[in-house]
Design a protein around this ligand. Structure first.
Ligand code: THU
Length: 149
């Protein structure tokens, strides 16, 4: 199935997800990189959880926006997701790039998603975004099924 078919079939509120990611980006705590990211993940029940990147003076404890959003949802008992919107770029500037999830975040999304149907939206604004399937961004992935005997 292609992205547009899935969006229709699954009732994915693309605009609302993008708006939520852009709004969440305003809360980013990124004093070291100056790179602000917002994310909004959609659960199977069509609830949205948002997140931002949260950096740390010790650097390595920093967490990406996508994983903040997923952690919030999982800690509220949600474990199946349909889509995520991400918006990122340097602080104080108009977003000029499509900010794709890093490799670690792709793997975390894979844990709670069907890679053939999960949609990743990268947004520069409410009107300017691109959409992909997770399987395009993380092909031949390793997931929970691999550990089932
Ligand atoms: N960042 C994210 O929030 N998501 C990504 O997928 C890539 C990177 C954050 C982490 C760090 O706070 C800043 O962007 C620069 O790497």
């Amino acid at each position: 199935m292609n992205v547009n078919t899935i969006i229709e079939k699954e009732d994915i509120p693309v605009q609302e997800l993008v708006r939520s990611a852009l709004e969440a980006r305003k809360k980013a705590y990124a004093p070291y990189s100056g790179y602000m990211v917002g994310a909004a993940v959609l659960t199977n029940e069509l609830r949205i959880y948002t997140g931002c990147n949260i950096e740390n003076a010790s650097y390595s404890p920093s967490i990406c926006a996508e994983r903040t959003a997923v952690s919030k949802a999982v800690s509220e008992g949600k474990r199946k997701f349909k889509a995520i919107a991400v918006a990122g770029g340097p602080k104080g500037e108009e977003i000029s790039q499509y900010a794709y999830p890093c490799g670690v975040c792709r793997q975390v999304l894979r844990e709670f998603a069907d890679p053939d149907e999960f949609i990743v939206i990268v947004a520069r604004s409410g009107r300017d975004f691109k959409m992909h399937l997770l399987k395009e961004l993380l092909p031949e992935s390793f997931g929970p099924d691999n550990l089932k005997t």
